[in-house]
Design a protein around this ligand. Structure first.
Ligand code: ATP
Length: 496
């Protein structure tokens, strides 16, 4: 797979001119583009430089931070241990940060690199502030550069695998984007195009799902040739087979020499690492919490319980768990994951018939229902949300106390993302997973995730075997592929 991906390297021109080659030691502004200027634009705050090295070392060790830079042996920049060490910025960009005590480790370590214009792969647990990790440098870069005078020529593109996640990223960014240079718009499928076309005329930053962005690019509503900051959020998913070609098509007009490419995720399977490298220019890899090429890592503040069950007992057990969590004046927010759309509908009806306040989200709903149902769960009008893997990644829903997996996902990576909807931003969380004999091919991977997070491994799960299959499933990751039927997982649709 790696070789094939290497061969199919995207946007690099057939004949590389000198300035277009990925430079080992980038020269200052040699081809007059934004990227070169940005490379040298970060200088460390004097107060940060004065800190004793021991303080930096302690931080790096405690947070288990690993930085791999192909251009230098030792990390070049100190992590921003406090917001006070952020580089100067002449707008109110940083004012919203007051809500937080300090940068999270993924923010503190990737920000200097991103301010300096480097390509970065950032890998950190679910709920650890990755959105602001790539978002703040994006905004700063635009504030520091000349605005684009041409209409429909955005400067930054952030690509996300689902519409809800795109919207969430947009919502976060607009809180910080007070400058005219940082107008943001959100582009996704399932809704009309006209408003999106209009917004694209002035947008400096486009947050988008791939399908709709490609559509609007193809019909000339947006021209991406001026984009110099590209983010693939949930990068392993964006580089998965289902999206790979769309991404290649979208970024075709943005030469790798001119754009800064940023990939963030909580899981970084080996299978896509070579492919990722072909999209980037000497990327620095920053990992928080352990080796990225090992098994996927769950957030360690989530208590994970795996129950090996007979498939026929699942629904009874689900209702039992919900009865416990939904009793009293303030029922807990519970996210229930199913694998199939039909299964999700059935389970939602079952829960509703038992009298619980439930909403659903899956690919068969129209977009306004998807947004409305998610919103009612966020607000607590519905305290149970039944979802397919369309809600597995990225969604930051306040106070989800419990995740219940009624059917195990197609990959262990998806499992890590699903349970990551709880225990966010330093909170504790709880996940209960029903595992059946049908899922036994994934027992080895799951056992490793449990062990790495120091969770109990039930005997019944161990009996299914500890071998980790190299390739877990053909359709790696079900989350953007909303699966149609429980019999044959063949009808696959994509968020656009
Ligand atoms: N420095 C910070 N300190 C505390 N909380 C923060 C900080 N930065 C961001 N947050 C909050 O942490 C929560 C999780 O952030 P975010 O959604 O960016 O996580 P993530 O790492 O992208 O998660 P996922 O892997 O699930 O996509 C958000 O509510 C966000 O506002």
């Amino acid at each position: 797979m790696g070789k094939r991906h290497h061969d199919s390297t995207e946007q690099r021109p057939k004949k590389k001119s000198k300035s277009e080659k990925p430079a080992k030691a980038p020269k200052d502004n040699e081809n007059g583009d934004e990227r070169s200027t940005q490379k040298t634009s970060y200088s460390e705050a004097p107060a940060l430089s004065k800190l004793p090295q021991s303080e930096i070392d302690t931080y790096m060790n405690e947070k288990i931070i690993k930085i791999t830079d192909p251009l230098v042996d030792a990390p070049k920049f100190r992590p921003l241990l406090s917001f006070d060490y952020l580089p100067e910025c002449d707008t109110a960009l940083y004012s919203q940060l007051k809500a937080f005590p300090a940068p999270t480790p993924i923010q503190s370590t990737t920000w200097p690199l991103l301010f300096a214009g480097r390509d970065v792969i950032g890998i950190a647990e679910t709920g650890s502030g990755k959105t602001l990790g790539f978002g703040l440098p994006c905004l700063k870069k635009l504030i520091d550069s000349k605005p684009s005078k041409k209409p429909c020529h955005p400067r930054a593109v952030i690509i996300s695998p689902t519409r809800e996640l795109a919207m969430q990223i947009y919502d976060q960014l607009i809180k910080y984007a007070s400058s005219e240079k940082t107008t943001v718009t959100c582009i996704y499928g399932g809704v009309g195009k006209d408003e999106q076309r209009y917004a694209l005329q002035k947008a400096a930053i486009v947050v988008a799902t791939p399908g709709r962005l490609k559509d609007l690019q193809n019909d000339g509503s947006v021209n991406l040739s001026k984009v110099n900051y590209l983010v693939l959020d949930e990068a392993d998913r964006m580089l998965d087979k289902g999206f790979e070609q769309d991404i290649k098509d979208i970024i075709q007009p943005m030469p790798v020499s001119r754009r800064q490419t940023v990939m963030f995720t909580a899981t970084w399977p080996r299978s896509i690492q070579n492919l990722a490298a072909t999209f980037m220019n000497d990327p620095v890899t920053v990992t928080i919490g352990g080796d990225p090429s090992a098994d996927p890592r769950a957030n360690t503040r989530i208590k994970q319980v795996v129950e090996v069950v007979d498939p026929r007992d699942k629904e009874g057990r689900l209702i039992q768990l919900l009865s416990r969590s939904q009793k009293g004046q303030s029922p807990e927010k519970v996210l229930v994951f199913c694998l199939y759309k039909k299964e999700a509908m059935r389970v939602e009806n079952l829960i509703r018939n038992k009298g619980f306040k439930v909403a659903g989200i899956h690919g068969d709903l129209n977009q306004s229902d998807r947004f409305r149902n998610l919103d009612s769960f966020k607000k607590g009008t519905a305290t149970v949300l039944v979802a397919t893997d369309v809600a597995a990644r990225g969604l930051d829903i306040p106070a989800v106390m419990l995740v219940i997996n009624v059917t195990f996902p197609l990959t262990v990576e998806d499992y890590v993302h699903r349970i990551g909807r709880t225990g966010r931003a330093g909170a504790e969380g709880h996940a209960i997973t029903m595992f059946t004999e049908t899922d036994k091919g994934l027992s080895g991977g799951l056992i490793n995730v449990l062990k790495a997070a120091k969770q109990e491994v039930p005997e019944a799960l161990l009996k299914f075997g500890t071998t980790v299959k190299k390739k877990q499933h053909d359709s790696y990751g079900a989350f953007y592929k909303d699966i149609g039927t429980d019999k044959a997982a063949t009808k696959i649709t994509f968020d656009d």
